[in-house]
Design a binder for this molecule. Structure first.
Ligand code: DC
Length: 218
């Protein structure tokens, strides 16, 4: 049995930074599930253009190889948009869910795993040992995304970042399958105005407590 931490939240909520920080601190492995939808979006657009059909995306999902994803190509406003569109196609999600659940099997020799996404605590690992749902105000999330894009020399205005975030939130929350929603037993953490060190301290104490309980029952 592997100790599983499920971290969900909207775009720019800080969930990725928290997940990476916690995996490093506790020497757990880390799995960013958004990479799959991003990688798939890139492959689908490259092959079929931006007016691809659902079937095009499904056929790409069927042959998807996570090892072929190049990080530097999937972190930009275009892929932000199309990964969310692709993630709303029910048949794509069916295929991706099995890729994600496999991760537990691959990590069975690890002390623990940290998995982040939109549906980890609700659908992928509903029995996770610790579930977190991360949020932050729209302005704070937009500031974070905007400075990320500036740093990477990606041209987009602050107003467009706000608009894109609103659209993506809406799509991720309103889709018919696995919408972004906090699991009933998730700890809700609002990172607005809290720096990453303080956030990691809050999350670390939750991890320590749950990990102790988990070791007791092993
Ligand atoms: O976490 P991210 O921004 O890299 O995710 C990109 C998109 O992928 C996001 O807008 C919705 C989708 N996604 C999802 O639907 N389910 C997940 N578990 C992870 C990501």
């Amino acid at each position: 049995m592997t100790f599983i931490i499920a971290i969900d939240g909207g775009a720019g909520s800080g969930k990725g930074t928290i997940a990476r920080g916690i995996s490093k601190k506790f020497n757990f492995s880390y799995f960013d599930t958004g990479i799959i939808y991003r990688g798939l979006a890139l492959k689908t657009i490259s092959k079929y253009g931006e007016d691809f059909t659902d079937l095009n995306a499904v056929s790409e999902a069927n042959i998807f190889d996570i090892n072929s994803v190049n990080e530097s190509e999937i972190r930009n406003p275009i892929i932000d948009k199309y990964s969310s569109i692709i993630a709303s196609i029910p048949d794509v999600r069916k295929i991706v869910v099995s890729i994600q659940r496999n991760f537990r099997e691959q990590s069975k020799h690890h002390r623990g795993i940290v998995v982040d996404g939109r549906d980890i605590g609700t659908i992928i690992f509903p029995n996770a040992n610790l579930k977190l749902f991360i949020s932050a105000s729209l302005e704070e999330r937009a500031k974070r995304r905007f400075s990320y894009f500036l740093e990477k020399n990606q041209k987009i205005s602050y107003n467009d970042v706000i608009k894109q975030l609103q659209k993506r939130d809406q799509r991720d929350k309103e889709r018919s399958v696995a919408p972004l929603v906090a699991a009933k037993d998730a700890h809700l953490i609002d990172t607005t105005g809290i720096n990453i060190e303080d956030t990691l301290d809050i999350v670390s104490s939750l991890v320590i407590k749950k990990f102790d309980d988990y070791c007791d029952i092993l």
